[in-house]
Design a protein around this ligand. Structure first.
Ligand SMILES: Cc1ncc(C[n+]2csc(CCOP(=O)(O)OP(=O)(O)O)c2C)c(N)n1
Length: 325
């Protein structure tokens, strides 16, 4: 039998501090997603480069997860991120993870595992929009000794595991989901992945294990932006037909427009009581919202300005966005 739920876990998901209700609409998701893109563009300019296409492609998916899909409690973490407290281990009682930005753990509450950690700035920006991270939460972004890393790790806000070596987090999430089922917990485990991770053998081994153990409390959202670091997925090494392959591995697969929040949210409706993992393939546009980036295709993975003129073009794009032109 599951343990009695603690009082805090019985509360509905926390209403973010920005006036968006837990049952947010597609319009609210769109507002948040655009704000996330703007902030990532701003930091890309401040840092003279960054993972910008990931914000373009995944902003609606991540915002929909936080605002419409996951059952999370209020953040338990400081608004100003803690500095790095050393490598975790039995001799380091000060080590922590960034999962407390996603609320407390409780039998009925969901857990979130963030896998492609080079998307970290997208997640931090979203946490700011949701009031889970303070407005100055990015002040130490990418600085030595900070947990607000360019490539996130388990101590980074919103992160629970270290997953910089891509394709590993799903295996960890599968173990968490199995343990939760054995404990009789009703909360689900959600994993956010990139499509490049489906070029990794470990991902398929993880799906085989999920099918074998009949894991029905784990859902995966894939940002299928058709890009990876060497260019277009189709050119480097195709993963298609992804939906059929995942179905053959026993998953319940939905393929949706990854900028359509209603479709993203509907795919998760009622999920959590069956015996198959859920996969939502979010087909996305890596230049969504920042048209200027199309000039760089097919190399969109990391934006490093190649000239002052190019940098100014991105500055102008940000300024006109802020002005609302
Ligand atoms: C196991 C492993 N292999 C290679 C890398 C190097 N790497 C970092 S990001 C990346 C691209 C992954 O594809 P995806 O996340 O789909 O790219 P994006 O959409 O962000 O351009 C690769 C291969 C890594 N981090 N881990």
């Amino acid at each position: 039998m599951p343990e009695a739920m603690p009082q805090a876990a019985q509360r509905p998901p926390a209403a973010p501090d920005v006036g968006i209700p837990p049952d947010a609409t597609a319009a609210a998701v769109r507002r948040v997603a655009d704000a996330v893109r703007r902030r990532v563009l701003d930091y890309t300019l401040k840092n003279n480069g960054g993972y910008l296409s990931q914000a373009c492609s995944s902003a609606e998916t991540l915002a929909t997860l936080y605002l419409r899909v996951m059952r999370l409690g209020a953040s338990q973490a400081p608004l100003v991120p803690r500095p790095f407290a050393g490598v975790p281990g039995p001799s380091n009682p000060d080590a922590f993870t960034g999962a407390d930005y996603n609320g407390p753990q409780g039998p009925a509450l969901d857990r979130f595992i963030f896998s492609p950690v080079h998307y970290a700035l997208v997640l931090y920006s979203l946490l700011i929009e949701l009031g889970r991270l303070g407005p100055n939460g990015l002040d130490a972004f990418n600085q030595d000794g900070s947990t607000v890393e360019l490539i996130g790790a388990e101590h980074s806000p919103g992160h629970e595991v270290t997953a910089g070596s891509l394709g590993q987090a799903l295996s960890q999430a599968g173990g968490i989901a199995l343990a939760r089922r054995l404990k009789g917990e009703t909360g689900r485990v959600w994993v956010f992945m990139s499509d490049g991770e489906f070029q990794e053998g470990q991902t398929w081994e993880a799906f085989a294990a999920l099918a074998h153990h009949r894991i029905g409390n784990l859902g995966v959202y894939i940002d299928a932006n058709a890009q990876q670091c060497d260019g277009a997925m189709a050119e480097v090494m195709t993963i298609e037909p992804l939906a059929e392959r995942l179905r053959a591995f026993g998953a319940d697969v939905h393929e949706v427009d990854g900028h359509d929040s209603d479709a993203l949210a509907a795919a998760a409706d009622g999920f959590g009581t069956g015996d198959r993992p859920l996969v939502v393939i979010a087909r996305t546009d890596p230049c969504r919202g920042i048209e200027l980036m199309r000039k760089r295709a097919p190399k969109l993975h990391y934006l490093r300005f190649t000239s002052d003129a190019e940098r100014r073009a991105y500055e102008n794009a940000l300024n006109s966005w802020v002005r609302g032109d």
